[in-house]
Design a binder for this molecule. Sequence first.
Ligand code: GLA
Length: 632
Amino acid sequence: MRLKTQLLIASFMVALVSPLSVFAQPVAKGVWLGNEVGAAKTPPMGWNSWNAFRTEVDEAKVMGAAQALVDEGLAKKGYTYVNLDDGWWQKRRLTDGRMIIRTRIFPSAATPDGTTSFRGFTDRLHSMGLKAGLYTDVGHNACSQAFDLHSPNLPEGTAEERQVGLDGHVSQDINLYFKEWGFDYLKVDACGLADFAPDSKLVKDNGYIGLTPEIDRASLNRTDSDRVEKRYAAVAAALKETNPDNDYVFSICNWGMANVREWGKDVGSSWRTSSDITPNWSSMLHNYDSAVKRALYAGPGHWNDPDILFIGAGDFDADHLTEARTHFTLWAMMNAPLLISYDLRKAPQSLLDIWGNTDLIAVNQDPAGNQAVVAYDSDDAQILVKTMADGHKVVALFNRTASPAKVNLLASHLKLKGDAPIQLTDLWSKAGSTFTGETEFELAPHETRVFSVQGARELTDGVYLSEIPGAINVADDGVREPQLDPTVHRMIDPWAGTRSGGSWPQYAGWGGAQADMTPYAQALQIADHTYDSGIGVLGNSLLQVKNEGYAIFRATVGVDDSTSNRDRAVTFAVYADGKLVAKTPPLKFGDAAQDISADIAGHKIIELLATDDSAAKEQPVVVTWGGARLQK
Ligand code: GLA
């Protein structure tokens, strides 16, 4: 055998047995990779036309809502975005690809030559101190063209003229919407990638030009997540280029599909984590669940979006104020965008008081951007704790059920000392109370109690990382193949009813990084020792932490007792501004936890790496950064 051939064969054999298939090991980056582009330093607030009017939107309705935001004092409280959803378009003009507005419902958009413009509309909103948002789709066609076929406001004309989505027109449309028309916010839907299969009845009956689906709502495996991400990333790039003043919001709306709960944070200002909310308790639970355990993936500039508020309708109408307050409290605690969608020209005071609760708005808009963490979890009741920028806590006790529920609130849920008094101020009734150690509440069916909390911190000279999810960027969570999250409430699908085989997990994200629990929802535990505070993540992960003035990083680390992969050894390393400052020897399942501490004084970006040499096809190792904290 000639030497060259021998070498080739030898290298092929090595490739077969060697770590070519080792799962990609991340490396420290030394720069902050968290997405802070755009104007959403805090969660966007405002009004959206969809839940209130669907495609039967018109200028009078939108301007009426805008006027009410101002007149009722909601604009002053932060509700500034006025977002026009689906229904505004008439067609795409084929001579030059320009989008034409339906002037029958937006008369001020008419121009003598039929070109149409929203400039007058956005100018009026701006002159009222408001901002303007618009809706489009990332594919060829939009959701109403699949789901609102009865609508009088569907795009008109030939198949080409009815292609109103961004595909093929990304920079043209974004230039038009932002530069020429002056919008500040773009919601980008994804039905164009999901519902217009070339051979489908929808496409045939309506004479659309089909697009082979890249999103299959029923199947993560049949969804091309990378392609979907790339399409949204191209929109993000165009938005950035068109808005050098950085004053824009990019709202990704692909309903939790295509693994967006993982990558949305790197691309958009917000990303929908689930399907559309309906004014129904079960739907609210579903959407809430899709976002509530994703605290580490959100922060200033990028927010989980469990959808528009549905306060004012159905289970959340003025006859169901307990449920309406719960809906609002949960969205506030999760740092969700607060978008009212109600005909504000005739809103009762009881609902205005909910949207206008300044204490809860302040919780939602807190500059630290720490989404609440689940401190107690069950299908019946949950306790959410949010750490505010000044260090004080806000706690919500949520009764998910239709029966009364007893909830014990412990100082430890709050990471406060159990032997010092803890003061609670109810953010709805404003009543104050005090307890030490533990207290009990009887919650009415569907009730949420929410309190601002003052007490003595367990950790007196620092913060646990699980208290500051807004300062953490999960640069790599170590998830190998996206897996469906089984923890989201499975509602009867509002559209399919019980005609399908059942309501199964739909959204990828299972195995993601978690505050105070493992990626698979277990208590953090290393070699029989449990940790109330810490970060649970998979091997081959990289977490970035913003350090604002702390001098020491400390944690007790190891392979978590819950791991099913007991073979691989994990090395834990800490970097400060790209420089290695601490490292453990390789640690295996059952090995005693190792204390790790690092001098981080003066450093801005702390990176936590957990690496192992497991193969790509292997179960990932579960690792725990027990008690991970920043100290003075
Ligand atoms: C999708 C979105 C909704 C709304 C409609 C408009 O369903 O998720 O929020 O924008 O499309 O058709």
